[in-house]
Design a protein. Structure first.
Length: 326
Protein backbone atom coordinates (compact mmCIF):
# COMPACT_ATOMS: atom_id res chain seq x y z
CA UNK A 1 0.00 0.00 0.00
CA UNK A 2 1.33 3.44 -0.94
CA UNK A 3 2.13 6.02 1.72
CA UNK A 4 -0.27 8.96 1.50
CA UNK A 5 0.86 12.59 1.58
CA UNK A 6 -1.39 15.62 1.91
CA UNK A 7 -0.21 18.43 -0.38
CA UNK A 8 -1.26 22.02 0.24
CA UNK A 9 -2.20 23.36 -3.19
CA UNK A 10 -2.31 27.12 -3.73
CA UNK A 11 -2.78 26.99 -7.48
CA UNK A 12 0.68 28.37 -8.27
CA UNK A 13 3.73 26.67 -9.71
CA UNK A 14 5.58 25.91 -6.45
CA UNK A 15 2.83 23.77 -4.92
CA UNK A 16 2.39 21.99 -8.25
CA UNK A 17 6.08 21.10 -8.36
CA UNK A 18 6.13 19.94 -4.72
CA UNK A 19 3.17 17.62 -5.31
CA UNK A 20 4.68 16.25 -8.51
CA UNK A 21 8.07 15.54 -6.90
CA UNK A 22 6.49 13.46 -4.13
CA UNK A 23 4.08 11.77 -6.53
CA UNK A 24 7.06 10.72 -8.66
CA UNK A 25 8.68 9.14 -5.59
CA UNK A 26 5.81 6.63 -5.45
CA UNK A 27 3.62 8.20 -2.79
CA UNK A 28 -0.10 8.75 -3.15
CA UNK A 29 -0.73 12.49 -3.02
CA UNK A 30 -4.00 14.16 -2.02
CA UNK A 31 -4.28 17.84 -2.85
CA UNK A 32 -5.76 20.23 -0.29
CA UNK A 33 -6.84 23.71 -1.40
CA UNK A 34 -7.98 26.24 1.18
CA UNK A 35 -10.51 28.78 -0.05
CA UNK A 36 -10.09 32.24 1.48
CA UNK A 37 -11.90 35.46 0.49
CA UNK A 38 -8.73 37.20 -0.71
CA UNK A 39 -7.32 34.60 -3.09
CA UNK A 40 -10.05 33.01 -5.15
CA UNK A 41 -9.29 30.69 -8.02
CA UNK A 42 -11.13 27.78 -9.57
CA UNK A 43 -8.52 25.27 -8.48
CA UNK A 44 -10.05 22.33 -10.31
CA UNK A 45 -9.88 24.24 -13.61
CA UNK A 46 -6.53 25.97 -13.10
CA UNK A 47 -4.53 23.09 -11.60
CA UNK A 48 -3.07 20.68 -14.19
CA UNK A 49 -4.14 17.05 -14.08
CA UNK A 50 -1.15 15.22 -12.60
CA UNK A 51 -3.18 12.35 -11.20
CA UNK A 52 -4.12 13.63 -7.77
CA UNK A 53 -7.48 14.23 -6.13
CA UNK A 54 -8.03 17.77 -4.84
CA UNK A 55 -10.15 18.57 -1.78
CA UNK A 56 -11.37 22.12 -1.16
CA UNK A 57 -11.94 23.53 2.33
CA UNK A 58 -13.48 26.96 2.96
CA UNK A 59 -11.63 29.02 5.58
CA UNK A 60 -13.66 32.21 5.07
CA UNK A 61 -15.11 32.59 8.57
CA UNK A 62 -11.92 31.62 10.38
CA UNK A 63 -9.87 33.94 8.19
CA UNK A 64 -12.10 36.91 9.05
CA UNK A 65 -11.32 36.39 12.73
CA UNK A 66 -7.61 36.21 11.92
CA UNK A 67 -7.53 39.39 9.82
CA UNK A 68 -8.91 41.54 12.64
CA UNK A 69 -5.83 41.06 14.82
CA UNK A 70 -3.15 38.67 13.56
CA UNK A 71 -0.75 37.57 16.29
CA UNK A 72 2.32 38.06 14.09
CA UNK A 73 1.15 41.22 12.37
CA UNK A 74 0.96 42.24 8.73
CA UNK A 75 3.44 42.37 5.88
CA UNK A 76 3.92 45.45 3.71
CA UNK A 77 0.13 45.74 3.28
CA UNK A 78 -2.72 43.85 4.98
CA UNK A 79 -1.17 40.42 4.45
CA UNK A 80 -0.89 38.41 7.71
CA UNK A 81 1.24 35.78 6.00
CA UNK A 82 2.64 34.00 9.07
CA UNK A 83 -0.73 33.73 10.80
CA UNK A 84 -2.30 32.63 7.51
CA UNK A 85 0.19 29.80 7.12
CA UNK A 86 -0.23 28.68 10.74
CA UNK A 87 -4.01 28.59 10.30
CA UNK A 88 -3.81 26.57 7.08
CA UNK A 89 -1.19 24.15 8.35
CA UNK A 90 -3.03 23.50 11.61
CA UNK A 91 -6.24 22.88 9.68
CA UNK A 92 -4.37 20.48 7.39
CA UNK A 93 -3.04 18.61 10.44
CA UNK A 94 -6.60 18.10 11.68
CA UNK A 95 -7.56 16.53 8.35
CA UNK A 96 -4.62 14.11 8.14
CA UNK A 97 -5.97 11.14 10.08
CA UNK A 98 -9.34 11.19 8.34
CA UNK A 99 -7.61 11.08 4.96
CA UNK A 100 -5.03 8.50 6.03
CA UNK A 101 -2.14 10.87 5.27
CA UNK A 102 1.23 10.28 6.98
CA UNK A 103 2.82 13.65 6.22
CA UNK A 104 2.14 17.07 4.69
CA UNK A 105 3.96 18.77 1.85
CA UNK A 106 4.00 22.41 0.75
CA UNK A 107 5.59 24.35 -2.09
CA UNK A 108 7.36 26.87 0.14
CA UNK A 109 10.80 28.00 -1.01
CA UNK A 110 13.32 29.33 1.49
CA UNK A 111 13.91 33.07 1.00
CA UNK A 112 11.18 33.52 -1.57
CA UNK A 113 9.10 35.90 0.53
CA UNK A 114 10.76 38.14 3.11
CA UNK A 115 8.09 37.91 5.81
CA UNK A 116 6.85 34.33 5.77
CA UNK A 117 9.59 32.33 4.05
CA UNK A 118 12.76 33.27 5.84
CA UNK A 119 14.32 30.48 7.90
CA UNK A 120 13.08 31.78 11.25
CA UNK A 121 9.50 32.22 10.01
CA UNK A 122 9.43 28.78 8.39
CA UNK A 123 10.57 27.20 11.65
CA UNK A 124 7.98 29.18 13.62
CA UNK A 125 5.15 28.15 11.27
CA UNK A 126 6.16 24.49 11.46
CA UNK A 127 6.18 24.56 15.26
CA UNK A 128 3.11 26.72 15.91
CA UNK A 129 0.96 24.71 13.51
CA UNK A 130 1.85 21.54 15.43
CA UNK A 131 3.23 19.81 12.35
CA UNK A 132 6.91 19.72 13.33
CA UNK A 133 8.57 16.91 11.35
CA UNK A 134 5.28 15.88 9.72
CA UNK A 135 5.95 18.79 7.36
CA UNK A 136 8.08 18.37 4.25
CA UNK A 137 9.04 21.24 1.93
CA UNK A 138 10.38 19.36 -1.11
CA UNK A 139 11.68 22.40 -3.02
CA UNK A 140 13.99 23.53 -0.19
CA UNK A 141 14.30 20.33 1.86
CA UNK A 142 18.10 20.26 1.67
CA UNK A 143 18.24 23.38 3.89
CA UNK A 144 16.26 21.76 6.72
CA UNK A 145 16.73 18.77 9.02
CA UNK A 146 15.22 15.53 7.65
CA UNK A 147 11.46 15.30 8.05
CA UNK A 148 9.61 12.21 9.24
CA UNK A 149 8.97 11.16 5.63
CA UNK A 150 12.72 11.20 4.94
CA UNK A 151 13.68 9.46 8.19
CA UNK A 152 11.13 6.70 7.58
CA UNK A 153 12.32 6.22 4.00
CA UNK A 154 8.97 7.14 2.45
CA UNK A 155 10.83 9.64 0.25
CA UNK A 156 14.48 9.85 -0.69
CA UNK A 157 16.23 12.97 0.55
CA UNK A 158 18.69 12.97 -2.36
CA UNK A 159 15.74 13.50 -4.72
CA UNK A 160 14.60 16.60 -2.83
CA UNK A 161 15.83 20.06 -3.78
CA UNK A 162 17.71 23.13 -2.54
CA UNK A 163 15.85 26.01 -4.15
CA UNK A 164 16.52 29.30 -2.41
CA UNK A 165 15.64 32.94 -3.04
CA UNK A 166 13.15 34.88 -5.12
CA UNK A 167 14.26 33.87 -8.61
CA UNK A 168 11.69 31.68 -10.40
CA UNK A 169 14.00 30.37 -13.10
CA UNK A 170 14.82 27.09 -11.28
CA UNK A 171 11.12 26.33 -10.82
CA UNK A 172 10.35 27.06 -14.46
CA UNK A 173 13.23 24.89 -15.56
CA UNK A 174 12.07 22.06 -13.31
CA UNK A 175 8.51 22.38 -14.64
CA UNK A 176 9.83 21.99 -18.17
CA UNK A 177 11.92 18.96 -17.18
CA UNK A 178 8.87 17.35 -15.55
CA UNK A 179 6.72 18.01 -18.61
CA UNK A 180 4.53 20.58 -16.85
CA UNK A 181 3.88 23.24 -19.45
CA UNK A 182 0.37 24.34 -18.51
CA UNK A 183 0.29 25.98 -15.10
CA UNK A 184 -0.92 29.16 -13.42
CA UNK A 185 1.17 32.28 -12.88
CA UNK A 186 4.18 31.09 -10.84
CA UNK A 187 3.84 33.89 -8.30
CA UNK A 188 0.20 33.20 -7.48
CA UNK A 189 -1.69 36.16 -6.03
CA UNK A 190 -3.38 37.47 -2.87
CA UNK A 191 -5.44 40.64 -2.73
CA UNK A 192 -4.05 41.41 0.72
CA UNK A 193 -0.70 42.27 -0.87
CA UNK A 194 -2.36 44.88 -3.12
CA UNK A 195 -2.02 48.44 -1.71
CA UNK A 196 -5.35 49.66 -3.12
CA UNK A 197 -7.33 46.71 -1.81
CA UNK A 198 -5.54 46.91 1.55
CA UNK A 199 -6.48 50.58 1.89
CA UNK A 200 -10.16 49.73 1.36
CA UNK A 201 -9.91 46.85 3.82
CA UNK A 202 -8.40 49.09 6.51
CA UNK A 203 -11.27 51.52 5.96
CA UNK A 204 -13.82 48.70 6.22
CA UNK A 205 -12.30 47.51 9.49
CA UNK A 206 -12.29 51.05 10.87
CA UNK A 207 -16.06 51.21 10.35
CA UNK A 208 -16.62 47.73 11.83
CA UNK A 209 -18.17 46.46 8.58
CA UNK A 210 -16.05 43.38 8.02
CA UNK A 211 -18.07 40.43 6.77
CA UNK A 212 -17.90 38.11 3.77
CA UNK A 213 -20.54 40.03 1.77
CA UNK A 214 -18.73 43.36 2.18
CA UNK A 215 -15.43 41.74 1.31
CA UNK A 216 -16.84 40.68 -2.04
CA UNK A 217 -17.78 44.31 -2.70
CA UNK A 218 -14.21 45.44 -1.98
CA UNK A 219 -13.04 43.55 -5.07
CA UNK A 220 -15.25 45.56 -7.42
CA UNK A 221 -15.40 49.15 -8.64
CA UNK A 222 -14.67 52.59 -7.19
CA UNK A 223 -15.51 53.01 -3.50
CA UNK A 224 -16.91 56.07 -1.74
CA UNK A 225 -17.66 56.63 1.95
CA UNK A 226 -20.92 58.61 2.02
CA UNK A 227 -21.56 58.39 5.75
CA UNK A 228 -20.34 56.69 8.90
CA UNK A 229 -22.29 53.57 7.92
CA UNK A 230 -22.86 54.11 4.19
CA UNK A 231 -20.75 52.99 1.24
CA UNK A 232 -21.24 53.52 -2.50
CA UNK A 233 -19.54 51.30 -5.08
CA UNK A 234 -19.49 52.45 -8.72
CA UNK A 235 -18.77 49.98 -11.51
CA UNK A 236 -15.91 50.70 -13.91
CA UNK A 237 -17.02 48.58 -16.87
CA UNK A 238 -19.79 46.27 -18.04
CA UNK A 239 -18.34 43.29 -16.17
CA UNK A 240 -18.24 45.18 -12.86
CA UNK A 241 -21.73 46.56 -13.46
CA UNK A 242 -23.00 42.99 -13.76
CA UNK A 243 -21.05 41.94 -10.66
CA UNK A 244 -22.57 44.73 -8.58
CA UNK A 245 -26.08 43.74 -9.68
CA UNK A 246 -25.33 40.17 -8.60
CA UNK A 247 -23.79 41.21 -5.25
CA UNK A 248 -26.71 43.44 -4.30
CA UNK A 249 -28.75 42.17 -1.36
CA UNK A 250 -31.99 43.19 0.32
CA UNK A 251 -32.04 46.87 1.44
CA UNK A 252 -29.17 47.82 -0.89
CA UNK A 253 -29.84 50.55 -3.46
CA UNK A 254 -28.95 50.16 -7.13
CA UNK A 255 -28.40 53.16 -9.42
CA UNK A 256 -28.05 53.35 -13.21
CA UNK A 257 -28.16 56.17 -15.79
CA UNK A 258 -30.91 56.84 -18.29
CA UNK A 259 -31.13 54.18 -20.97
CA UNK A 260 -29.58 56.21 -23.82
CA UNK A 261 -26.38 56.95 -21.84
CA UNK A 262 -23.38 54.68 -21.32
CA UNK A 263 -22.53 54.63 -17.65
CA UNK A 264 -22.11 52.65 -14.47
CA UNK A 265 -24.24 50.59 -12.18
CA UNK A 266 -23.69 51.78 -8.60
CA UNK A 267 -24.55 50.02 -5.35
CA UNK A 268 -25.17 51.83 -2.06
CA UNK A 269 -25.12 49.82 1.18
CA UNK A 270 -25.76 50.88 4.76
CA UNK A 271 -27.84 53.57 6.41
CA UNK A 272 -29.30 55.59 3.53
CA UNK A 273 -31.59 58.64 3.65
CA UNK A 274 -32.95 60.85 0.87
CA UNK A 275 -29.89 63.11 0.96
CA UNK A 276 -27.54 60.16 0.43
CA UNK A 277 -29.79 58.74 -2.29
CA UNK A 278 -29.46 62.04 -4.14
CA UNK A 279 -25.69 62.14 -3.59
CA UNK A 280 -25.39 58.57 -4.88
CA UNK A 281 -27.34 59.59 -7.99
CA UNK A 282 -25.00 62.55 -8.49
CA UNK A 283 -21.88 60.41 -8.24
CA UNK A 284 -23.39 57.83 -10.61
CA UNK A 285 -24.22 60.56 -13.15
CA UNK A 286 -20.66 61.91 -13.04
CA UNK A 287 -19.35 58.67 -14.55
CA UNK A 288 -21.75 58.64 -17.51
CA UNK A 289 -21.01 59.59 -21.09
CA UNK A 290 -23.05 62.77 -20.65
CA UNK A 291 -21.99 64.53 -23.88
CA UNK A 292 -22.66 68.02 -22.51
CA UNK A 293 -26.13 67.36 -21.11
CA UNK A 294 -27.22 69.84 -18.46
CA UNK A 295 -29.21 67.18 -16.63
CA UNK A 296 -28.85 63.43 -16.49
CA UNK A 297 -31.54 60.94 -15.58
CA UNK A 298 -30.51 58.41 -12.93
CA UNK A 299 -32.79 55.51 -12.03
CA UNK A 300 -32.65 53.98 -8.56
CA UNK A 301 -34.45 51.34 -6.50
CA UNK A 302 -34.08 49.65 -3.13
CA UNK A 303 -33.96 45.89 -3.30
CA UNK A 304 -36.02 43.74 -3.44
CA UNK A 305 -38.26 46.31 -5.18
CA UNK A 306 -38.40 46.11 -8.97
CA UNK A 307 -40.01 49.50 -9.63
CA UNK A 308 -37.46 52.25 -10.30
CA UNK A 309 -37.51 55.90 -9.28
CA UNK A 310 -35.93 58.67 -11.34
CA UNK A 311 -33.71 61.61 -10.42
CA UNK A 312 -32.88 64.40 -12.87
CA UNK A 313 -29.34 65.30 -11.85
CA UNK A 314 -27.41 68.44 -12.85
CA UNK A 315 -23.87 67.65 -13.96
CA UNK A 316 -21.47 67.41 -11.00
CA UNK A 317 -17.70 67.40 -11.69
CA UNK A 318 -15.87 64.43 -10.16
CA UNK A 319 -13.54 66.69 -8.19
CA UNK A 320 -16.53 67.87 -6.13
CA UNK A 321 -16.75 64.51 -4.38
CA UNK A 322 -13.13 63.35 -4.64
CA UNK A 323 -12.83 63.68 -0.83
CA UNK A 324 -15.30 60.79 -0.46
CA UNK A 325 -13.17 58.39 -2.50
CA UNK A 326 -11.63 55.51 -0.58
Amino acid sequence: MKIKALALISGGLDSLLAAKLILDQGCEVIGLHFKIPFCKIDIKKSFPDIGIKIIEVDLGGKFLKLIRQPHYGFGSNMNPCIDCKILMFSQAKELMSGLGAKFIITGEVLGQRPMSQNKQALKLIRQRSGLDDLLLRPLSAQFFPPSLAEKEGWVKREKLLNFNGRMRIPQMRLARDLGLNDYANPAGGCLLTDPGFSKRLVELLAHDELNLENLELLKVGRHFRLGEHTRLVVGRDKGENNQLAQLARARDYLFSPQKDLAGPTALARGLINQELIFLSSQITSAYTDALGLKKIGVFYRQLPAVKENLHQIPYLPKENFAYLFI
